[in-house]
Write a protein that binds this ligand. Structure first.
Ligand code: ADP
Ligand code: MG
Length: 324
């Protein structure tokens, strides 16, 4: 089956004053139609830049991008900005971490929703647009949509604004939702509600989701499949249940051993050290300086080894399953 989103051998470097920052190193990732996939790793490991690359939002002159990002057969890295804008909000909807930063403070919720709805092309007349906006807000359990539509973001709570953003992301029934730690700027209850709501609604709309999180607890609740990222590389991937039942990479094991509660802090406890300085990344497996099982071969690049049933791990400790 052709993937909806396919990222292949993605590299991202930034030219900085201090030298070149080698952030992403050959990332491969796929999301199928209607599939809920998580990208997990501790803070600074390259999750948000990956998502911003998909959206065409890494445009700094000092950024060097190599590899491929394909969405439904379309080459996203080489599409004109106008094409990407057309996709965003219609077929690909982002949901970012902080709702207040994503909403425009000078427009009412209705103004902002109506811009999105009109872009989707399903309603044109004001009354139709209003009706669609109202039903989208009801779907995210907003009981007084008329009041919310007339309000400015600062007049609503963070939790309400977050739900408004989910409603906006889903109103055009996109093929793919890209969610970067949604709700984590708010409190834990809001984050839990956000994820539950996203899960239920995307099941109804059959939208695929790529969810970014530093929290494996969230992955278990939300995703069917997971990619574990460390310092700009995918170190392990598989079905969520495989990864939880039988984590292979020492980094995944360490992450799991320290699964923070939903209320946990940004950095998992129990893994010594830090994500490396990207201007001087370790050679080979970038986790090796922190790894309890480090081995001479870890200085060399470690390809993902296929363990069967879609479970793959980039670590010398494992033999590939031979395929008939
Ligand atoms: N525009 C940029 N210029 C230079 N470095 C950047 C830029 N954007 C992100 N980075 C660096 O890329 C690394 C990964 O960042 P990010 O994707 O935000 O991590 P995560 O979302 O996993 O916490 C960080 O070291 C960050 O400083
Ligand atoms: Mg991030």
């Amino acid at each position: 089956m052709a993937a909806l989103l396919r990222i292949s051998d993605l590299h991202l470097h930034f030219k900085l004053f201090e030298g070149i920052s080698y952030v992403l190193k050959g990332v491969n990732l796929e999301v199928g139609r209607g599939e809920r996939v998580a990208l997990v790793g501790e803070s600074g490991c390259g999750k948000s830049v990956t998502l911003r690359l998909i959206l065409g939002l890494v445009r700094q002159n000092n950024a060097q991008i190599k590899g491929h990002i394909e969405f439904d057969g379309l080459d996203l890295l080489h599409s004109p900005a106008a094409k990407l804008r057309e996709l965003r909000g219609r077929r690909i909807s982002p949901i970012f971490q902080d709702p207040m930063a994503s909403l425009n403070p000078t427009f009412t919720i209705f103004d902002q929703m109506s811009a999105v709805i009109r872009r989707g092309g399903k309603a044109r007349r004001r009354a139709e647009v209003f009706e669609l906006a109202r039903s989208a807000l009801r779907q995210v359990a907003i009981t007084d949509p008329e009041r919310v539509l007339g309000a400015y973001p600062f007049q609503l709570s963070g939790g309400l604004n977050q739900r408004v953003l989910i409603a906006m992301a889903l109103v055009n029934q996109p093929d793919l939702i890209l969610a970067d730690e949604p709700g984590t700027a708010l409190d834990v209850t809001v984050q839990e509600q956000t994820l539950r709501l996203m899960r239920r609604l995307t099941e109804e709309t059959h939208s695929a989701v790529l969810l970014i999180t530093h929290n494996l607890g969230v992955v278990r609740e939300f995703a069917e499949r997971v990619y574990v990222m460390y310092a700009g590389s995918v170190v392990e991937e598989g079905l969520t249940k495989q990864i939880f039942a039988s984590p292979k990479h020492p980094y995944t094991r360490a992450l799991l051993a320290s699964v923070p509660k939903l209320s946990g802090g940004e950095l998992p406890q129990g893994i010594e050290g830090f994500v490396p300085d990207y201007t001087k990344p370790p050679s080979g497996c970038r986790f090796h300086p922190r790894c309890p099982h480090v081995h001479a071969a870890c200085q060399r690049d470690q390809p993902l080894r296929d363990l069967g049933n879609g479970h793959r791990v980039a670590c010398v400790l494992y033999e590939e399953v031979s395929r008939a």
